[in-house]
Structures are given as structure tokens and as C-alpha cells.
Design a binder for this molecule. Structure first.
Ligand code: HEM
Length: 398
């Protein structure tokens, strides 16, 4: 007999415009905040901020170890830290966090600015084009190569494979996703081999830190897990910026007064980045799996059923963010946004993400006089939300 709980409340696969997903979420927050769909073997979706936040904190009831996204894409081994819950998660997290301190970020800033300008300058000088193809699909790979202190050869390979992997994911080309995913593992292996041959100070280089680390029994970390971590970092840090920057550029095009305001006062840019992260949350939702039967707002979710935490919806929940569809600088409670998730898995790379995005906005606005949309954008599907392509016309600053 069919399970009556498992209704088809929404279709996660409709063709989308720049506004349609958020219109659907707004309606669902009112009418069906705990929703089920039979798509992708069935999953639940939580739309309200309160529910998403509660699940994020309760890692014992809602594990990441089974399925971290819908649709499920990971077909290879476990990749810390995202695929582990505490306490296994903690050792990996402790190694990562010191690489994102304010001091480390300040020292890394010139390198991020250099690669940003290297990519952005010709794009602006040419009068624009598709910012996704020309800039946003490339930038994270360039930053990654700098962050991991790579040789020129490895760095060029990372730049190319990450660009292809990103495109394959966005185009839902499963064959190319598998192929490039395996290439990413090869590259991660290459990074580990490089650091074994040429160790660096573990305080300065993340791969060296993982190789030097010891667990609570004094043993080195399993190499497969180090490999999974490096591979995870390449991807988790890559996709969000690549779909987010186009969304921001579209908003700036539609709001010339915001362009003028930010050009006139660059000190507003970090606050603008934060509000844009809320408004255009690039990870539509990550997933957890229930470890026991639970009831949320009267609906029973059974053990082993996947649950998408719809960050993009939670961040426009009117009960937390009044006028949630509007861009409002310095909202009083902006800190409550969940664009970086929350709880033990809250984005470890958030300081780097914020820096990359602020530098991008500074350089894009500082080097241009005017930005406007020159064609319809193409949008991504789950688990991201943002632009796959965003054609722009840009008038360079004289
Ligand atoms: C706009 C940019 C970014 C956004 C919006 C973002 C968002 C997120 C979110 C929502 C999670 C939590 C996933 C979950 O709830 O299951 C996460 C995890 C993570 N992110 Fe980011 N991220 C960004 C960029 C980066 C960058 C640049 C890095 C580093 C290179 C990074 C490293 C990580 C890591 C390591 C985790 C896993 C943390 C853990 O499991 O403990 N992210 N990110």
C-alpha cells in the first residue's frame, strides 16, 4: 500500500527564471513549509528558517553521513569534513580552521586580488560578455591553486579541471561529472604527492598540516581521508562563488543606484556582500538524513529519509527578515542568515569566500562606469541557486 505521508508537494525540476524559485518558496513557506516530493527517489524539504536552524544544530538526529545533497551526486568515497559527524568530524575541522583566520586572510589578500584582476581586467576591457563563462567559473580554481601553494603545472591543471567539472555539474552532464570528478581525485592525489616530496611548514600549508596531523591515538590520519578532504575542498569552495557572482551582477544591473552607492563608498562592500549572500543564497540547500522517526510541523519523517534544508528559502523567511525579497544594507539581524549553513558543518571557508566576493565587487565596480544586463540569464537547478550564464554589457571606467 502506498505510504500516504509521501505526497508530491512540489516539483524540484521546473524551468526557472531569475525570480521563479523564490516565488515558489515564498508560497511554500505559507502553505507547505515541510514538503515532500517523489523526485530523485523522494526527499523532504524544509522551507522555514526556524526549522532549518533547528535541524542544523541537532547533528545526532540529522546526520550528514548518508547523503549531504539532493540529488545525490557523490558516487565515490567519504569526504571529510562534510561527510562526517562529530566526533569523527572534529579532527579534520580543527586542522582546517586555522587556515582561515583574519591574519591568514590578510596575508592571502594580495594573491586573491592579483588573480581576480588577471581574469576581470580583459573581461571589462572587452565591454563585458557572459560573466559566468569568462570569470566566475574560473576564479575559484585560480584562488585554490594559490591557496594550496601549487606548482605552475598543477595549478594550470586545477584551473582547467575545476572549470570543466563546474560546467559538467551545471549542465547535469553525468558522464562528464564522473570523468572530471575522478580527475579531481587525481589532482588531489598529485597535491598530496607534491607535499610529501616537498613538505612545507604545516602552519603555512594545509596539505602539509593534514600530513603532519596525528589523531587521538597518535596515529597519522588515513591517507584516503586526507585525499577526500582535499578533494572536498576543491569542490565545496568552487561551486557557490561560481553561481553567486552572476546573480549579484544582475541585481546591480537592475539597480544602478546600488552600483553608484557602492562605487561612491567602497566601505559598504562587505555589508553588501553579506546581504547578497542572504538574498541570492547560492547553495539552495544541503541535505541531512533522519536517524530516527521525527515529526516536524505535524508531518512524520521516517528514519533514513533525506531532508533538504532549503537555505535559499530560510534566508527570505519574512518572520526573520522583513521585506525579505529586498536588498537592504545593514539589516539589523543579518547575522542570522544561513547562506553558510550552521552548526558543526558551518562553512569553514566563509572568511575566504567573503574576501573573494568583496574583492570581486571592488574590482568589478571600481573598473567599470556602468553594468547592465544584455540578455536573459540561465539558471542552475538543485542543489545550487544562481546563474549558469549572465550576459552583461560593461562600460569600462575611463
Ligand atoms: C559563496 C561562497 C560559499 C558559500 C555560500 C558556502 C556555503 C557553505 C555551506 C552552506 C556549507 C555547509 C554545508 C552543509 O550544511 O552541509 C559549507 C561547508 C563548507 N565549506 Fe563553504 N561555502 C562557500 C565557499 C567556501 C570556500 C571558498 C571554502 C574553502 C576553500 C569553503 C569550505 C567549506 C568547507 C570545508 C565546508 C565543510 C565544513 C564542515 O563540514 O565542517 N566554502 N559551505
Amino acid at each position: 500500500m502506498a505510504d500516504e505521508r509521501l505526497t508530491d508537494d512540489f516539483n524540484p525540476l521546473p524551468p526557472e527564471t531569475f525570480t521563479s524559485a523564490h516565488e515558489t518558496f515564498a508560497e511554500m513557506r505559507q502553505t507547505c513549509p515541510v514538503a515532500h516530493t517523489s523526485a530523485w527517489n523522494g526527499f523532504w524539504a524544509l522551507l522555514r528558517h526556524e526549522d532549518v536552524s533547528a535541524v542544523l544544530k541537532d547533528y545526532q538526529t540529522y546526520t550528514t553521513m548518508v547523503q549531504n545533497v539532493v540529488p545525490r551526486v557523490a558516487f565515490t568515497g567519504r569526504r571529510p569534513p562534510l561527510h562526517l559527524d562529530p566526533p569523527e568530524h572534529t579532527v579534520y575541522r580543527r586542522i582546517l580552521v586555522p587556515f582561515f583566520t583574519p591574519e591568514k586572510m590578510a596575508r592571502f589578500e594580495p594573491a586573491v586580488r592579483r588573480v581576480t584582476v588577471e581574469l576581470l581586467q580583459p573581461f571589462i576591457a572587452a565591454g563585458g560578455g557572459d560573466i559566468c563563462a569568462e570569470f566566475t567559473h574560473r576564479l575559484p580554481g585560480y584562488v585554490f591553486a594559490e591557496f594550496f601553494n601549487l606548482s605552475t603545472q598543477l595549478s594550470m591543471a586545477i584551473r582547467e579541471v575545476t572549470r570543466l567539472y563546474d560546467l559538467a555539474l551545471q549542465e547535469a552532464d553525468d558522464q562528464l561529472v564522473k570523468q572530471t570528478s575522478l580527475q579531481l581525485y587525481d589532482l588531489a592525489r598529485g597535491i598530496i604527492e607534491l607535499r610529501k616530496a616537498e613538505p612545507m611548514d604545516p602552519a603555512e600549508d594545509m596539505t602539509s598540516a593534514f600530513l603532519a596531523a596525528r589523531d587521538s591515538n597518535g596515529e597519522p590520519l588515513p591517507e584516503a581521508m586526507i585525499l577526500g578532504t582535499i578533494r572536498q575542498l576543491i569542490v565545496v569552495g568552487m561551486i557557490a562563488p561560481s553561481v553567486f557572482i552572476g546573480s549579484v551582477a544582475i541585481h546591480l544591473s537592475e539597480h544602478p543606484q546600488v552600483q553608484a552607492q557602492l562605487r561612491g563608498d567602497r566601505s559598504l562592500i562587505p555589508a553588501a556582500v553579506e546581504e547578497y549572500l542572504r538574498l541570492f543564497t547560492p547553495y539552495r540547500g544541503f541535505a541531512r538524513t533522519a536517524t530516527r522517526d521525527v515529526v516536524i510541523r505535524g508531518r512524520t519523517i521516517k528514519k533514513d529519509e533525506p531532508i533538504a534544508l532549503v537555505y535559499a528559502s530560510a534566508n527570505r523567511d519574512e518572520s526573520v527578515f522583513p521585506d525579505g525579497d529586498q536588498f537592504i544594507l545593514n539589516r539589523p539581524n543579518l547575522k542570522q542568515h544561513v547562506a553558510f549553513g550552521g552548526g558543526p558543518h558551518q562553512c569553514a571557508g566563509a572568511p575566504l569566500a567573503r574576501m573573494m566576493l568583496a574583492i570581486t565587487l571592488e574590482e568589478l565596480l571600481g573598473r567599470s562606469r556602468h553594468i547592465e544586463v544584455s540578455g536573459p540569464p540561465r539558471m542552475t537547478g538543485w542543489p545550487e541557486w544562481g546563474t549558469l550564464s549572465a550576459p552583461l554589457r560593461i562600460v569600462p571606467a575611463s
